[in-house]
Design a protein around this ligand. Structure first.
Ligand SMILES: *[C@@H]1O[C@H](CO)[C@@H](O)[C@H](O)[C@H]1NC(C)=O
Ligand SMILES: *[C@@H]1O[C@H](CO)[C@@H](O)[C@H](O)[C@H]1NC(C)=O
Ligand SMILES: *[C@@H]1O[C@H](CO)[C@@H](O)[C@H](O)[C@H]1NC(C)=O
Length: 284
């Protein structure tokens, strides 16, 4: 095939892709220059996994903890690294400082949940979560903010963090937004199948759909972390397929949503490959 033919096929494909991909835009009048074909590197973006891996804010030994948990009758307690609570319970955390930043399960922001309130007082900030649900299971952390006018930065030496399990009799897994999730396996980084449990003492196993069998979790290549899920340390292409997790608590089993594991080469390699192909076509 002639190079120009290849190139125009490629351009045609891109034009079709953008036409199909943006049906909503086609109704409004076009801006000048909008019809230009965009640089090809914009089109080969690989989709990033939906669930962002959050940076663990667990304090290193150098961080001085400013977090306390308010217990009943005005007692205070330093929260342990993990807390085992049940759904329906409420929790109050305080962090010392006149300007405090918080992080908590993103789900609580998505739905602008009124069960969560955060108040900054003169000397401390207060986070109250009422009537906890299984979906509230996750990491709660705070840090001191150092501000100069409106510019604030994190004081990395003062913070606090705790992972709270809200065990639920009905929901053994932290509810997911859909029934099906895609997990990308890439050879250069660990992959997480995010079936997190609400009760850390549940026994969790991993299963593949076809052929139907349990996947052996050896504790080295595949490990289970109740706060993250199953982790494939060195993903390989033969691990692709559909899997699900099963949790057992007091003899009752429950299964998670399904996870489609897709194998992709590293994003960087993929981009380089496409670039070099386009270059070689235009110069051949
Ligand atoms: C994670 O957080 C630590 C400390 O806050 C920071 O040094 C590091 O660069 C962060 N890593 C990523 C990938 O954001
Ligand atoms: C928490 O639950 C109690 C009892 O069901 C209810 O009265 C209260 O309004 C709830 N609080 C919030 C913030 O939803
Ligand atoms: C929470 O439960 C897990 C599993 O049963 C246990 O290992 C851990 O020590 C408990 N943590 C606390 C703070 O009680």
């Amino acid at each position: 095939m002639k190079p120009w033919l290849l190139l125009s096929l490629l351009l045609l494909q891109q034009t079709l892709q953008s036409a199909v991909g943006q049906p909503a835009k086609s109704k409004r009048p076009k801006e000048p220059g909008e019809n230009r074909i965009k640089p090809s590197n914009k089109k080969v973006k690989t989709r990033t996994p939906k669930l962002k891996e959050r940076n663990s804010t667990e304090p290193s030994p150098k961080v001085s903890s400013i977090m306390t948990r308010v217990m009943e009758k005005g007692h205070f307690q330093k929260p342990t690294a993990t807390l085992n609570l049940s759904t329906g319970q409420s929790i109050e955390l305080r962090c010392k400082g006149n300007k405090i930043g918080w992080s908590y399960p993103p789900y609580l922001d998505t739905f602008k949940d009124t069960r969560l309130s955060i108040k900054q007082h003169e000397r401390y900030s207060q986070l109250i979560l009422e009537n906890a649900t299984a979906a509230d299971t996750g990491e709660y952390s705070c840090w001191l903010l150092l501000c100069n006018g409106y510019n604030c930065k994190k004081d990395t030496s003062k913070g606090g963090s705790t992972y709270i399990f809200f065990a639920d009799k009905e929901e053994f897994f932290v509810p997911a937004p859909s029934y099906f999730e895609v997990v990308y396996l890439s050879p250069d980084k660990p992959a997480v199948i995010p079936c997190r449990v609400t009760n850390p003492s549940a026994k969790v196993t991993l299963h593949q759909e076809f052929p139907a069998e349990e996947i052996k979790v050896d504790g080295t290549n595949i490990i289970y972390d109740a706060k993250k899920g199953f982790i494939y340390q060195h993903p390989t292409s033969d691990q692709k397929g559909v899997v699900y997790c099963k949790a057992e608590s007091r003899g009752t089993p429950q299964i998670s949503i399904k996870y489609q594991l897709l194998y992709v080469e590293s994003k960087l390699i993929l981009r380089d490959l496409v670039h070099s192909r386009i270059l070689s076509m235009s110069f051949s």
